[in-house]
Ligand binder design. Structure first.
Ligand code: TYR
Length: 284
């Protein structure tokens, strides 16, 4: 049971975490801060947070658990703003989609207190953002990747793992490097492709008309193209090396398929589609 959650970033991810922690009976008081005061105010009006803090530092003041739920490019500045109040008994977590850059920022800024920070990536979200979409069950049944470093305190790592487990999450641990390599393939690349697909269609004369004719497959494939622009700008740039490597593999794979189509090699094409179809059907 925590006394106070210091919530930095009262959007979809932060707001949903606050609701879930409260429902689980794990926290007495939630003090929230968002860059835009109107967001913080809305979060309080909605009952997502109890108290509005005028700064990140004041949200952390008196907190024994802190969650950073900000775009990854804002992580370093946020650590700077709160570093003086991060002690060995404060559990600090984030929800950023990339981990190497976040861990580097933590090392640079938190220094001796870096052990209190447990880097986290819950594999959940929505294509819509903002506290209006906060959902008490956003984390229920989802995976959360923890990417501790050598200096992460065992006690804090255990506490973080316990919190996510109490919210109904399945906790997995791996290195920040392994995390960024995997999520470049299964998250960052698919978002990039969805953005490119929509822009490629809309860049054509009749793109809008074509889109209006699309069906459920198009809807499934492109849902994530509606995601938050600043958040995804940050993710794609932060994990650029792994992402560009995956993008290259994708382009090569696409080219081989194009060659088979162009030469009318239906048999081989069918085999490759069958491979993809089988892999997707037996996923999980
Ligand atoms: N955009 C994803 C969706 O709508 C959710 C998500 C986003 C999950 C970022 C993880 C992540 O790092 O399903």
């Amino acid at each position: 049971m925590f006394e106070q959650l210091g919530l930095i970033g009262c959007g979809l991810m932060g707001g949903s975490f606050a609701l879930a922690l409260k429902r689980a009976g794990l926290v007495k008081r939630i003090v929230g801060y968002s860059k835009s005061p109107s967001t913080t105010e809305r979060a309080r009006q909605m009952g997502v947070i109890d108290v509005e803090a005028p700064s990140a530092l004041l949200a952390v003041s008196g907190a024994d658990i802190v969650l950073l739920a900000v775009p990854v490019s804002a992580t370093e500045a946020t650590f700077k703003a709160i570093r003086h109040l991060v002690g060995p008994n404060t559990l600090v977590m984030d929800v950023g989609s990339t981990k190497r850059d976040v861990v580097d920022a933590a090392r640079r800024v938190l220094r001796d207190s870096v052990g209190s920070f447990v880097p986290c990536h819950p594999i959940t979200g929505k294509e819509v953002s903002g506290v209006e979409h906060a959902d008490v069950d956003l984390y229920t049944g989802k995976q959360v990747i923890l990417t501790p470093i050598e200096r992460t305190l065992t006690a804090q790592l255990q506490k973080a793992s316990d919190v996510w487990t109490a919210l109904g999450c399945h906790v997995i641990k791996m290195s920040p490097q392994a995390h960024d390599a995997a999520y470049a393939a299964v998250s960052h690349l698919p978002h990039l492709i969805a953005f490119a697909l929509i822009n490629g269609i809309m860049g054509q004369d009749h793109g809008k008309d074509y889109m209006s004719l699309a069906g459920p497959g198009f809807r499934d494939f492109t849902r994530i193209a509606a995601s938050d622009p600043q958040m995804w700008r940050d993710i794609l740039i932060a994990n650029r090396e792994e992402l560009l490597a995956q993008s290259k593999i994708f382009q090569q794979t696409l080219q081989s398929l194009e060659q088979l189509i162009s030469s009318g090699s239906g048999d081989v094409l069918e085999v490759l589609i069958e491979q993809a179809s089988e892999s997707r059907a037996h996923w999980r």
